[in-house]
Design a binder for this molecule. Sequence first.
Ligand code: ADP
Length: 444
Amino acid sequence: MALRLHSRLIVWSLLLIVLITFLLSSFLSASQLVLVVVIGVLLTFVFSYGVHVVISRPLHEISVASRKLAAGNLDQRLPITGDEEIAAVGTSLNTMAQALSTRMQALSDGKQQLELILEAMGQGVMVLGSSGRITLTNTSLRKILGTDRDLTGKTPLEVFRRPELENAVRAVLAGAPVQTLEITTGNNRILQANVSPVTNAAGAVDSAVVVFHDLTEIRRAERMRRDFVANVSHEFKTPLTSIRGYTETLLSGAKDDPAIAVDFLNTIQRNAQHLETLVVDLLTLARLETEVPSSKDPINLRSMIDELVASRENAIHERDLHVTLDCPQRQIQTDRSRLYTALSNLFDNAINYNKPGGEIRVSAEVQNGTLSVAVIDTGYGIPSDELPRIFERFYRVDKARTRDSGGTGLGLSIVKHAIESQGGTIGVSSRIGSGSTFTIRLPL
Ligand code: ADP
């Protein structure tokens, strides 16, 4: 463009010189005409050079620089040269570039901040465009779904396989208000999805945001609490019904027959004792769950186990059991109450589920800062398919035998809680007819 303006000026000036020469040809001599033409041509070139320097070149530079600005190079600044008006254009463009650069920086900072917030959120987030396809997901959502695939471009139906979520997103994109629904994913996570519309500057819905709250643990805890209440009620109901039945029978006449009365009262007492044991076990579990373990009690391991065995002398004698101890006289530091609770439950089971005349061996050692205690019996044993469930609350292997033993089905869950709450582990191996070995490992 600069070249064209420049050339046009020269062409027009040369035509003007030719015209002037023609008009003056009758008044001037040949040598004067040549002089006029030479001066005219010289002035034309001098003038056009001046135009080039003052107008064309600055305009060309402005044109080049503004093309770079348009291409996104906002650091580009225009040279402020040439004519005053042209220099003013350059200054305005520079100011505009500066303002644009500041705005772009602010936008980029905002976007980066938004991305950081999205990534830091514990909830899963998914953004969908007007076509209903995913445009953005955060790491939490991919973690919940157990995938590291890029979900961009997919529909919610392809990712979650839940038509109700797809329908909610479509409804919101079509103008419906916020939708809340609960879905279960392919990897069995229970999610609450809040689908909200996002409106553009014109007020139209052009995208949707879905925020997922992982309710899996909450629902699991709720189910456990419901099951627990149902189990506790069931455990209380049987002895209470029995107590009421025997009491009613006694009151309606059986009390007058001393032999029957004593028999019924014994049954009532047994049921009342069972209820008491149940309450004690439930309170122990509650205490283990709420109290923080203390690891400060100094204990002599051997003395503690001796004390435990002595307190069960009667039961051992009644069943004619033979107990051997393989425990060092060792001073350790741990939560005495939790360790004693765990060992006494294991020892009671070794007594209760042993055969008459059977053996119990308690073997303890401390190695590399870990206490290991094995309680070994020669009892009935536990079927291998039931082993994984015996630590569950109220789970009993042999219902009839457990009832006879006065067991509540809570003993092993108390042991597990007491040991795991201190960072320890409990393991079991058993053979039907040969006996069982329960081993606890506790870091000291
Ligand atoms: P309980 O307090 O009724 O004994 P536990 O939670 O201690 O309940 O034990 C759960 C189940 O595991 C019981 O039904 C019992 O039959 C079985 N069990 C536990 N310890 C032994 C063992 N040493 N030998 C055989 N069976 C056992």
